[in-house]
Design a protein around this ligand. Structure first.
Ligand SMILES: [Zn+2]
Length: 404
């Protein structure tokens, strides 16, 4: 994998990540997609609204009406733990893993990069992947085997995510467990072609430093000899605390800089809220989220990156995205469809486009290369918002540092 910086404004960066199959502009948002939802080939493996979304992923004529949705799915996030989100038996589980996703005729028109998470959080909670007539204990070797069976282009080690309620000893034990997994993952995948990310856990500078010290002790060579990028886990519990999120990302950047690892791209798991552009300014290069989909399931239609309305009040005519510009899809979003999935699937697609547009705008601003202009742009965006104070601190630190 290659990661290149293509533009900077102050300390903010934009770049490209090239994997075997994809060319991603950063900062990049990977939509979470659940590919196997208990169904069979005939139904694109099922899943209600997930199925409609998969029709967008595969540019199915049932939803495209001549538009091309592949630019929104240049990379997607999925997880081995999602395989058992729906009650399935062992035969179906094995069938799902029998052919790598992109080699299946049903998904042949999907050409994006597939980032397959190890599902550590769910596995930690339940200890195994469980179906109707089977239970699979998941260790690092099993997790990596499942990622490969899925057809991962980007894979990450199994991990044991931290919880804010953990005691000091519990945290330390989890960190050591995760680093043990990372070492095993590095060895297992050494001759493979996937892009490899190392999970990094911690909320504070001292925890993150401790974690990286353990990594340095355990891995036989510098971590960038083994890993192509860093994936920050454990931040989901902080998602409603923007100041702590910002502090955690700042600490990661600082520690990586000290270790001369600035050239590694940084991914943050499960965060895509209104802090996303700010975290991007601090140096996060990619994000993943299912919020576009969960919002749609709750009947929420995004009117901008910051604002939303109930679907019944959605001003479709004000949006120029391909979904809202297609009368047949607008009619479905108005409720003119037999199944709920056909009403809410297009809403999810629209919501994702709105989130993607926000990062595209940010990238365009960074490429102009003018810190003052970028600062003014962000100040305008966050004016009178809940995050205004956090935003101003980030803007001042990254774009208007005090010259000493
Ligand atoms: Zn739209």
């Amino acid at each position: 994998m290659d990661f290149h910086i293509t533009g900077t404004a102050g300390q903010v960066r934009t770049g490209t990540i090239r994997t075997q199959d994809a060319h991603l502009e950063t900062p990049h948002l990977l939509p979470v997609v659940n590919f196997y939802c208990g169904g069979t080939k005939r139904s694109l493996f099922g899943g209600g609204i997930f199925r409609t979304l998969k029709e967008f992923v595969t540019n199915d004529a049932a939803v495209t009406f001549g538009n091309d949705y592949s630019p929104y799915f240049k990379a997607v996030m999925t997880s081995i733990s999602s395989l058992t989100d729906f009650s399935i038996n062992q035969t179906r589980f094995q069938d799902y893993l029998s052919t790598p996703l992109k080699q299946r005729p049903e998904f042949e028109s999907f050409s994006g990069a597939l980032f397959v998470d190890s599902g550590g959080y769910k596995i930690l909670q339940e200890g195994s992947l469980t179906g109707t007539n089977f239970s699979l204990d998941v260790d690092q070797q099993t997790a990596y085997g499942l990622q490969r069976g899925f057809g991962a282009d980007i894979a990450v080690n199994l991990d044991s995510p931290l919880s804010p309620e953990d005691t000091y000893r519990q945290r330390l034990k989890k960190m050591e467990t995760t680093v043990g997994y990372a070492e095993e993952f590095a060895q297992l995948s050494n001759s493979a072609t996937e892009t490899r990310y190392l999970t990094l856990h911690g909320y504070t500078q001292s925890m993150l430093a401790r974690y990286l010290d353990i990594v340095d002790r355990v891995l036989p060579q510098r971590l960038d000899k083994w890993f192509d990028g860093i994936a920050i886990g454990s931040l989901v519990p902080l998602r409603n605390n923007p100041d702590r999120l910002v502090r955690a990302i700042r600490a990661v950047k600082h520690l990586l800089h000290d270790r001369q690892l600035d050239h590694l791209p940084i991914h943050v798991f499960g965060i895509s809220g209104q802090t996303m552009p700010l975290l991007a300014c601090l140096g996060v290069d990619s994000f993943d989220s299912a919020s576009y989909l969960h919002s749609a399931i709750n009947g929420t239609y995004f009117t901008s990156f910051f604002d939303s309305v109930q679907l019944s009040e959605a001003p479709f005519e004000e949006c120029s995205c391909p979904v809202c510009s297609t009368p047949a899809l607008v009619s479905r979003m108005h409720g003119d469809a037999e199944y709920q999935k056909d009403i809410l699937g297009p809403v999810a697609m629209h919501n994702l486009i709105i989130q993607k547009q926000a990062l595209q705008e940010l990238r365009d601003q960074v490429l102009l290369g003018d810190p003052d202009q970028l600062a003014e742009y962000l100040e305008r965006k966050y004016r009178n918002r809940r995050l205004q104070k956090t935003a101003l601190r980030v803007i001042n630190d990254t774009l208007r540092p005090i010259i000493q």
